[in-house]
Ligand binder design. Structure first.
Ligand SMILES: Cc1ncc(COP(=O)(O)O)c(C=O)c1O
Length: 378
């Protein structure tokens, strides 16, 4: 087939099936904000915070301008700063670690579990023994699946660390029946458009059970002020605008339908392919994972780059999240890590491939992709 035009075109993500049915509702929400002439924070932001907290089962939600800011603000509110070390995995989006560095702290990497791609609690225990400077841990709930939070939290409690959850990809996911976004002392969400709950631009939030922490984040996102022009500490500008809040409120009401569609698509791949083929394995869901929300559907293959080209030649888009584990990024060279330090993350970075799973993906498209995977020869 190579050299011939693709018979079908399957994008990695198409937002039209999400936005088109809501077009009138979204435009009405935007019109309401335009007519109000209030564009920053405001009523829609306050209501979105209440609705997000209720959806996730958290006491408090504070929205901000991105998931990256949410992580940074969470670290500041947890009093993490220069001299402190923060444990997280090298197999995550850059900003988990960027936020630690921006807070003035030092990232300490912990390798991942090969099945879930999330922090391996046994490795965290090893890292804890060697690093008395650790003050916080950021477990990441990658691809919409939970990190194994009970042992991670137990280790953190024993050492007196704060737990900051990176649930940017995992709104709605559950761990042993509990929302992953309520398992940390502070948990962070992203509303980047590719996320399961995406804005029409940037957005993020923190969730917490701790009232003073929520109030502190709310102040830190407006330059550290609670009374205008009076600043108790130095924060940043991370206000969410009212347009994004109004749109997110419309979309939040439909999130469970889209999650169900993602889960159905993942199940359809599994029905057609079982656990996978000899050359391509499908994602496995950990037993503690009571609700995986499939922000990404990530297969793995020792022939990943070849597989990606094979799919591309047949019209199927895919993406590599993430090609370079963070300990090997040039900008973190000063941390002193080397290739070989985190073999599970390094192997994942060589083998993972995200395939289309978005709500609105047709059964015919899933059948087409599954058929290609079945027929794939290295
Ligand atoms: C795991 C993870 N952490 C943090 C972020 C940062 O979110 P944002 O892009 O909204 O800044 C993202 C999103 O890209 C992410 O996937």
């Amino acid at each position: 087939m190579s050299g011939q035009p693709a018979t079908r075109s399957v994008p990695l993500l198409d937002l039209r099936p999400i936005h088109e049915p809501l077009r009138d509702e979204i435009l009405a929400a935007i019109t309401r904000v335009v007519d109000s002439q209030r564009f920053i924070l405001g009523e829609d932001v306050a209501l979105l915070e209440q609705e997000l907290a209720a959806y996730c089962g958290a006491a408090h939600a504070v929205v901000c301008n991105s998931g990256s800011d949410a992580l940074f603000l969470a670290l500041l509110a947890a009093d993490i700063g220069p001299g402190d070390h923060v444990a997280t995995t090298p197999f995550t989006f850059f900003s988990t670690v960027g936020a630690i560095v921006h807070a003035g702290a030092t990232p300490v990497f912990v390798d991942i579990d090969p099945i879930t791609y999330n922090m391996d609690p046994a490795r965290l225990e090893d890292v804890a023994r060697l690093n008395p400077g650790i003050k916080a841990v950021i477990p990441v709930h990658l691809f919409g699946g939970a990190a194994d939070m009970d042992p991670i939290t137990e280790i953190a409690r024993r050492h007196g660390w704060r737990v900051i959850g990176d649930a940017a990809q995992a709104i709605g996911a559950q761990y042993k029946g509990r929302s992953v976004a309520t398992l940390g002392d502070i948990d962070c969400l992203s509303f980047f458009p590719t996320k399961n709950l995406g804005a029409l631009g940037e957005g993020g939030a923190i969730l917490t059970a701790d009232g003073p922490v929520a109030r502190r984040v709310a102040a830190l996102r407006v330059h550290g002020s609670t009374v205008r022009y009076y600043h108790d500490e130095v924060g940043i500008n991370s206000r969410l605008d009212s347009l994004q809040a109004a749109v997110l409120r419309v979309k939040l009401r439909h999130l469970d339908e889209w999650t169900a569609a993602r889960q159905a698509n993942a199940s359809e791949y599994a029905r057609l392919l079982g656990a996978g083929t000899k050359l391509v394995s499908l994602p496995a869901v950990a037993p503690y994972q009571t609700r995986h929300v499939f922000n990404q559907f990530v297969v793995r293959s020792p022939y990943r780059d070849h597989l990606r080209d094979y799919l591309k030649a047949r019209g199927v888009a895919s993406e590599i999240y993430y090609p370079l584990p963070l300990h090997t990024q040039v900008c973190f060279g000063g941390l002193g890590y080397e290739l070989g330090d985190f073999p599970v993350s390094e192997q994942a970075a060589r083998e993972v491939l995200a395939l289309p799973v978005y709500p609105g993906l047709s059964a015919a498209d899933i059948g087409y992709v599954a058929g290609l995977l079945k027929g794939y020869r290295a």
